[in-house]
Design a protein around this ligand. Sequence first.
Ligand code: ZN
Ligand code: ZN
Length: 136
Amino acid sequence: MTNLITVSVRCPNCRQSLMNPGKRIDDLPSIAFQAKVADKIGQIYLSQIYGSYHKLFEGVEDIADAVIECSCPHCHTPFPVSRVCDCKAPVISINLQIGGTINVCTRNGCKHHSAEFENLDDAFMLFQNQDETRYS
Ligand SMILES: [Zn+2]
Ligand SMILES: [Zn+2]
């Protein structure tokens, strides 16, 4: 397993941890965002395993192809948008504590998210190859 990355994600604004040990996805603490979908505000919990697209919605509907406005669950600051995905939705970028950035497309169901790590599982080479633009 080379795609098992134990991450520690913090809000770029208030520096509080976004990891949520109470909501486990793929048997690990999830990454929690405040999510706004179709004018409702709730939470979204993402798997911290790169390449896993398991996620949980709480208080918002899991609407296919909806663009989710993601912000910090603590300070409610929207996460920085680094670029626009091929699907035309904003891609948010969050720096990890230890060398790396995760980029997540905000369109529900879009698999074009990436992590700036090496040693990616072969299964994700496809996504890596699609990801021509690198940010630091
Ligand atoms: Zn914050
Ligand atoms: Zn996308």
